[in-house]
Design a protein around this ligand. Sequence first.
Ligand code: CMP
Length: 235
Amino acid sequence: MNDPATSGDVRAFLESVPLFDGAPPRALDVVASVVRRRRFEADTLLFQEGEVGDALYLLADGLVKLSKVDLGGHEKTLALLRPPDFFGEMALLGHSNRSAAAVTVVPTTCYLLFRDDFQRLLSAYPTVSLNLTSTLAERLRGMDDEAQVLSYQDAQGRVAYVLLRLYRDGVVELLEDRARARLTHQDLANLAGTSRETVTRALKALEAEGLIETRPREVDLLDVQGLEEVLHGVR
Ligand code: CMP
């Protein structure tokens, strides 16, 4: 997506954000007048887990990784977000701190909506509150599915699940005969909640079945249906 910079472009970008689906034009005018555009280099820490949060981030361009560190010091990637996703709303609801860290993966542009403006928007426009609730419900459903997969599946099933999730979330490059995920084995391990060595073995097994092709920092999905079959244990 382009990197909207003019006020007209900001308005057009806001219209594409699911948080504002069905919201009255007045609501978008208000948001357009208060958001602040920020451009970040790749690998910028936007905020750390546990920090006090002051803004919601509307992702206009780029890719952002949300992650947590477990008690054993291992990083778990919660999600990779792309435009027009948003994040950072949880710390603005109630009195909690940032539930996860956010880091840019590539050069990224966000529009920041600050706490008071966000809260005023939710109070004034029920449509926006409902949209927010449905996004939170979707995330919860995703986490329920993931908890199930990660507790019952073997390594191949877990890795298949992670690859399919990247595919469905659009965090892949669609080529003529394949979908390319640009990730290291460690990135995949952080997504699958397992070790890099385990991921490497699982990728080799999936590659031997002709479902994927791997190169350093790249995994090509060749057979999405086949990966589904691995996930559902019918292969
Ligand atoms: P906040 O707690 O303010 O900062 C971290 C953000 O990560 C959080 O708000 C959510 O917007 C987002 N987040 C937390 N958990 C998940 C998840 N499981 N999936 C997607 N996004 C999440």
